[in-house]
Design a protein around this ligand. Structure first.
Ligand code: ZN
Ligand code: ZN
Length: 411
């Protein structure tokens, strides 16, 4: 059981800072049965903040598993019109979206990858308009996490389930700056201002490319798209409301040029993907595409990401985070991207965020693609930062600047 006062503060943070619910706005809560308590707390705070209605979309890990085990692929893959209509309604009504993630490790271990691929791919295609709507920041959206027994036990195997669950809640509160002493909504205003300062330094530098190297074998040049924008922290939605897409967040991120990544990147943290944990992997890029890769564990799952669609082999995001960040310093491997990506430099295979190029949110995707924007149905982040990461930035005039030294910002 999490501390009730902290849980309320955390829920308020998701509502006020995460989506910044506007009076009379519909709130859609996409959540899991692992997070019933937090879901209720968020719904309460959303109504208190003036939400018109709070709608729930629930998932349950066990029920999903039963589907994969016993149902036919073609039946599972059907994404009915009424389900699409629901998302259309939310988009048309200008709803904002809160996702609560509470992963159950290994929940889908052993499930046939191709079956899962078909199901996920059908759903993703059916509601692609919804994904474009949120990723294009047309409305406010946010992701927060909730502790659960299975997840906590995986992270702290030596502890009792209940103690582990509590310990994971403590880590979540710490990472999200929720405590008894301060008002997290105020604390986040300051945090957002700090990230904005960091973004400004990177935007002013206007690098042509970044060269990453470390002792694990990463030797990678990432060319940035022309007119790229470094973002991170708070964003403006289409309706003008300021919101935080991720809680927590520590990153400054931008858009790579689709054809401009060269060399090898070695992952430094496992990647949890659809209930599987991909470990000890590397990717080799040529002209922006993955041409070779390997993984010691769950290579097949990595392969299924890369083969999701044609552009899943190119990257859509490059993010810088100092190794000396609050989440990194906790030294916990959360086995969840929302947390682990904020402990380490990372990149994403697949779709780019339009906001990471000037006027991107107001430009048709087809126009952005002509400039080297990567359009894909997937966006999968993986971590490759390390304590000895060096980054050298090359400016448009060819001069070089040390951006990272020994894993941390040097500019
Ligand atoms: Zn990121
Ligand atoms: Zn990402």
């Amino acid at each position: 059981m999490p501390n009730q006062l902290l849980l309320e503060k955390y829920a308020r943070l998701a509502v006020k800072t995460g989506v910044n619910v506007q009076p009379g706005q519909i709130v859609v809560l996409r959540t899991t049965t692992e997070a019933v308590e937090l879901s209720r707390a968020v719904a309460k705070e959303a109504y208190k903040a003036g939400a018109k209605r709070v709608y729930f979309i629930w998932t349950d890990e066990k029920v999903s598993r039963y589907g994969y085990d016993y149902a036919k692929t073609e039946d599972l893959a059907e994404f009915p019109e009424w389900n699409v209509a629901q998302y259309k309604y939310f988009v048309e009504q200008g709803a904002c979206f809160i996702s609560i993630v509470s992963p159950v490790p290994h929940a889908l271990a052993g499930v046939d990858s191709s079956k899962m691929q078909t199901v996920v791919s059908t759903m993703t295609k059916a509601i692609q308009f919804f994904r474009e709507h949120t990723m294009g920041n047309k409305t406010q959206w946010t992701i927060v996490a909730a502790s659960n027994k299975a997840w906590a036990k995986e992270l702290f195997p030596d502890l009792d389930e209940a103690v582990a669950e509590e310990k994971l809640w403590d880590a979540i509160f710490k990472a999200t700056r929720v405590n008894h002493e301060t008002d997290p909504v105020e604390v986040w205003k300051e945090h957002n201002a700090n990230l904005a300062r960091q973004n400004k330094i990177l935007n002013d530098a206007n690098f042509k490319s970044l060269h990453f190297t470390n002792s694990l074998g990463t030797d990678l040049v990432v060319e940035l798209i022309q007119d790229h924008v470094w973002a991170g922290g708070a964003e403006h939605a289409g309706n003008g409301a300021l919101f935080n897409p991720n809680i927590p967040t520590e990153e400054s991120f931008t858009m790579p040029y689709k054809f401009g990544t060269q060399g090898k990147v070695v992952a430094t943290k496992p990647l949890a993907y659809q209930g599987k944990i991909i470990k000890d992997f590397w990717l080799e890029f040529k002209d922006g595409r993955v041409v070779d890769f390997d993984a010691k564990y769950e290579k097949e799952a990595l392969q299924s990401i890369l083969d999701f669609d044609y552009n899943a082999r190119s990257i859509g995001e490059i993010a810088l985070i100092g190794h000396d960040s609050p989440i990194s310093n906790m030294n916990i491997l959360f086995l969840n991207t929302l947390y682990d990506e904020n402990a380490s430099c990372h990149m994403a295979l697949g779709r780019a965020y339009p906001m990471n190029i000037k006027n991107g949110n107001d430009t048709p995707i087809a126009e952005l693609e002509k400039k080297g924007y990567n359009n894909s149905l997937v966006h999968v982040d993986f971590m490759f930062g390390s304590a000895d990461m060096q980054i050298v930035g090359k400016k448009q005039d060819g001069t070089e600047v040390i951006v990272f030294k020994n894993g941390n910002f040097a500019i």
